[in-house]
Every structure is written in C-alpha cells, then in structure tokens.
Design a protein around this ligand. Structure first.
Ligand SMILES: Nc1ncnc2c1ncn2[C@@H]1O[C@H](COP(=O)(O)OP(=O)(O)OP(=O)(O)O)[C@@H](O)[C@H]1O
Ligand SMILES: Nc1ccn([C@@H]2O[C@H](COP(=O)(O)O)[C@@H](O)[C@H]2O)c(=O)n1
Length: 224
C-alpha cells in the first residue's frame, strides 16, 4: 500500500551529503509537516549489528534484527559517524532489511496532513504517489568538502581524500544494488546544490514544491 496522497507528501532523495537532510528539515518547518530522516533507520540497524558483534554482511542476522526493530529513543549524534554510514549502506542493500522498514516509513508518510521524508528511495518505492519529489545532488567533491567540514566540527578526524573515497564507495553501492537503488524518480525535479548556499537551495526547493502543489496531476510527469 502506498502512502496516502491526501496530504502534502514531499519526497527528498539524493546521494550522501548532498544536503537533502538539511533541505528536508527546513521544508518540514516551512510547511509545518512532520519529518522523517529514513537514513537513520538504516543507521540504527547497522549500529545494532555492530553492537551485537555480527559481521555487517550477515544478512540473516540483519533480517532478524529488523524483525524485532524498535526505533525507540536514540541519540542522533552517535548514529552520524563515518563508520555507521558505511555499515548502513551495506545492510541497506539487503532485501530483508528494506522490506522490514517499508511499512513504518509509509505509515509516517500517510499522516493526515502529509509529511516530508528524505532518503534514497522515497520517490521511487516508499511514496511513489508523493505530490512533490526532489532529487538533491551535488558533485562528489562538493559533498566531500561539506562532510569534511561537518565531521571536523564534531571532532571526527578524517582527511578530505578519505571522505571523498567514502562518498564514492557509498554512491556506487547505493546506486548499484538491485533492491530500491538510489535514483531519481521519473517525476522528480533534480536540484543540483553544488553552487548554491543552503538558503538558495531552500528557496529553489520551496519553488519546486509550490509548483507541484498547484500543478494538475497529469502535468507533473511531463514537467521535468
Ligand atoms: N547548499 C549547501 N551549502 C553548503 N553546505 C551545505 C549545503 N547543504 C548542506 N550543507 C551542509 O552539508 C553537510 C551535509 O548535509 P546534509 O546532512 O543535509 O546531507 P545529506 O544529504 O542529508 O547527507 P546524508 O545522506 O549522509 O545524511 C551538512 O553539514 C550541511 O550543513
Ligand atoms: N531511504 C534510504 C535511506 C538510507 N539508505 C541507506 O542508508 C545509508 C545511510 O543513509 P544517510 O542518508 O543517513 O546517509 C545510505 O548510504 C543508504 O545506503 C537507503 O538505502 N535508503
């Protein structure tokens, strides 16, 4: 079952460190909608795998963890590190992990007024009927520079080159998997933020969403 198209559902997808979370959070504030960072779900599964001492490639163990997954309270900061991001992209390629997380994402998106979700497959798999879909991107070098600055600010040491290598590896894994690969939905608008400040990117994103809100449904597919 897909998320209800009754409310304003905004799907924000894109590769690592493209700025989609920043935009999704600000869009949620702008439109007064609840926000779900779906990457955190995969990061929680990855952390549970690592904490339990499982090999991160053990699909049976990951499936078992997802089957009794309880989001509960979590400390977002501890989930944001490099190691967990890398491990999350490994478990995210496992069909049992993806299918185990679909319903809770669709329930979130199905709230009466709508919702904003960001991830890799929101517009393609989780909410194919979302009214507004953005695919946020930036060059790998720009994304690595942003992540480098962010991690340095949190005291996590990593060189720019290592972060760029992480990003390239994660992009390849996320785009190359067979189940729900990272890609823009046919009716998504691509927003390249490489040369945009956060404020400029937000203004562009709001303009896209407002256009989609007022568009006739049959015109949306031909707009891109
Ligand atoms: N347009 C922009 N200009 C400069 N910095 C930006 C811009 N957009 C986002 N950032 C910064 O880049 C970093 C990554 O952004 P963000 O966390 O939103 O990316 P993301 O796509 O959600 O990443 P991930 O998928 O890894 O969670 C953050 O530190 C954020 O403040
Ligand atoms: N809808 C999604 C969201 C995330 N993933 C995977 O999780 C990894 C971590 O996500 P972040 O957004 O927090 O960086 C990411 O690399 C993906 O592998 C996903 O598959 N689908």
């Amino acid at each position: 079952m897909s998320a209800s198209p009754a409310g304003l559902v905004i799907a924000v997808d894109g590769p690592a460190a493209s700025g989609k979370g920043t935009l999704a959070r600000r869009l949620s504030a702008h439109y007064g909608l609840p926000y779900l960072d779906t990457g955190l779900l995969y990061r929680m599964v990855a952390r549970a795998m690592l904490e339990a001492g499982h090999d991160i490639r053990d699909a049976a163990a990951a499936g078992e963890i997802v089957s009794r997954f309880d989001q509960g309270a979590f400390d977002e900061d501890t989930l944001r590190g490099r190691e967990i991001g890398e491990a999350a992209s490994v478990v995210a390629a496992m069909p049992a992990v993806r299918s185990g997380l679909i319903e809770r994402q669709r329930r979130f998106a199905g709230q009466p007024g709508g919702a904003v979700l960001d991830g890799r497959d929101i517009g393609t798999v989780i909410c194919p009927q979302a009214r507004a879909k953005l695919f946020v991107t930036a060059t790998p070098e720009v994304r690595a520079a942003r992540r480098h600055k962010e991690l340095a600010g949190r005291g996590e040491e990593a060189t720019f080159d290592n972060i760029l290598a992480d990003i390239r590896r994660r992009d390849a894994r996320d785009s190359g998997r067979s189940d729900a690969p990272l890609k823009a939905a046919d009716d998504a608008v691509i927003l390249d933020t490489s040369a945009l400040t956060i404020e400029e990117a937000l203004a562009a994103a709001i303009a896209i969403v407002d256009r989609r809100r007022s568009a006739q449904p049959e015109r949306i597919l031909t707009e891109r």
